[in-house]
Design a protein around this ligand. Structure first.
Ligand code: PLP
Length: 470
């Protein structure tokens, strides 16, 4: 990786007023390595070049690299240079003795209880499939029929021809990008949004155009309308059900208003429905597809049943599904038969296992909210009616520093900047409630310790968090 690129990724790595540049630089690179933005095995630029790109001394770079070597995150060989690594024990930093690392960076629950029974029930059905070729480009007919029924039951009449089974909701976005966009096109997104969607958009050589969510209620209708007019995006990607990370849900009037806007602008919308089943309110809102013309609803088995099934689907007008089915050929040729049979079994009894899952998540959500109120009383958040995480507002713009410091306390957590294409959102931290309550209890204890350590080392700032300049 060249020095300019690394300097760009490091961004605003230096703490305001800090005299410990090497410590800050090490923390910045540690975070990039552990969240995968600088993959393990990446060759680091020569110290001299990076020193010039960051406008610091070469000694500072060498000292920072020494710290990371002690953690096993950087290795060097004389004459061969330095490159990044993941330490064998994982996690990095210096967790307390015997301390297990806690992963709060992934907001995904474990498998649903009924998965083993569904797997057993799928085995006899597999035998009947073995004499076929096993390639179902659009998905197995029985599974598509069950998924279509689900939409019809949600108030959006759907036939199996309107369903494409995919290998997860994430690839559905990649397929839609193939179909609707070309290099340099713009794609409207919410800010904050799901980080892997930003990667998919960039990976398709398209440009994410963020519209900031509002602090109350969520969607900025005027901002979206202006962006449709001024940026003429070729595609939009929205998460209207328990948005990741804010937890906000767009109400029916909002769906109607946005649906009309996208229809007028003729902009196709990928609506990410991965969290739609994680609704604790039991007050369903009609699917977004009921309000727009070209709406591609991307669903997933991941959060409802199990991420390891790696199955998702798209619900769209039949003509769009045919074109998506052709477009997917450049990426893959179908989804695994056995997993489709398992999902089909799970969908036969859609309600009961999901009710258990919701009960469990409500208990964990409330426990996490209570723990944060007790141990991090100056963090604020809305308690969402569904989804998997709390979007916490911090008293100062220190999210990345808390996330970097938390690694030393044995917690991985995603700072606000991960959820934007251009950095920022330093006042926000996403804290998921997918882990058991005893793990959450320990995680919050460590997060509070990390936040306290950041607060202690913080240069004095004005009350409102701005940097006083004279
Ligand atoms: C908002 C959102 N969309 C998509 C995905 C990925 O879904 P899948 O595992 O079905 O590819 C996730 C996973 O966490 C997610 O949070």
């Amino acid at each position: 990786m060249n020095a300019r690129r690394l300097a760009h990724l490091l961004g605003n790595w230096r703490r305001h007023g800090s005299r410990h540049g090497a410590v800050d630089l090490a923390a910045g690179l540690r975070l990039l390595i552990l969240d995968g933005r600088v993959p393990a095995g990446t060759a680091l630029p020569p110290e001299r070049e990076l020193a010039a790109a960051l406008d610091v001394s070469r000694t500072m770079i060498a000292t920072a690299w020494e710290r990371l070597k002690a953690d096993g995150l950087v290795v060097s060989r004389r004459g061969a240079g330095s490159w990044t690594a993941i330490p064998a024990a994982g996690g990095g930093g210096e967790p307390e003795a015997d301390q297990e690392n806690i992963d709060l960076a992934r907001a995904v629950p474990p498998a649903i209880a009924g998965i083993a029974a569904a797997t057993e029930a799928a085995v006899p059905r597999l035998a009947a499939e073995l004499c076929s070729h096993g390639y179902y480009e659009q998905g197995m007919p029985d599974l598509r029929a069950r998924l279509a029924d689900r939409y019809t039951a949600r108030g959006l009449s759907t036939t199996p021809e309107q369903i494409l089974v995919t290998n997860g909701a994430h690839i559905a976005l990649a397929i839609a990008l193939r179909l609707f966009t070309g290099p340099g096109d713009r794609v409207l997104i919410e800010q904050p949004t799901y980080p892997n969607a930003i990667d998919a958009i960039r990976g398709a050589h398209t440009i994410p155009v963020p519209v900031a969510m509002t602090e109350v209620g969520g969607w900025d209708f005027d901002g979206i309308e202006a962006t449709l007019r001024q940026a003429a995006p070729r595609l939009a990607y929205l998460i209207v059900d328990f948005q990741n990370p804010t937890g906000a849900r767009l109400d029916e009037a909002g769906r109607r208003a946005l649906g009309a806007m996208f229809r007028r602008a003729r902009t196709p919308v990928v609506v990410d429905e991965t969290s739609v089943d994680l609704d604790f309110t039991d007050e369903p809102v009609a699917p977004f597809g009921a309000f727009g013309d070209v709406v591609l609803a991307a669903g997933s088995a991941g959060k409802s049943y199990w991420g390891g099934l790696r199955l998702g689907w798209v619900r769209a007008p039949a003509e769009i599904i045919s074109r998506l089915t052709v477009a997917r050929r450049g990426l893959d040729l179908g989804s695994p038969v056995f997993e489709q049979l398992v999902l089909s079994e799970l969908l036969e009894h859609p309600r009961e296992p999901l009710l258990d899952r919701r009960r469990m998540l409500v208990e964990r959500r409330d426990a996490l909210a209570g723990l944060l109120r007790e141990h991090c009383p100056d963090w604020t958040f809305d308690v969402p009616g569904g989804g998997l995480s709390l979007w916490c507002r911090l008293p100062a713009p220190v999210s990345t520093r808390i996330a970097a410091t938390a690694l030393n306390f044995g917690v991985r957590v995603a700072p606000g900047s991960f959820f934007t294409p251009h950095g920022g959102l330093e006042r926000y931290l996403r804290v998921p409630y997918t882990q058991p309550v005893d793990v959450l209890t320990e995680a919050v204890r460590r997060l509070a310790a990390a936040a306290a350590s950041v607060a202690e080392s913080r240069a004095p700032m004005a009350e409102n968090g701005s940097i006083p300049v004279t």
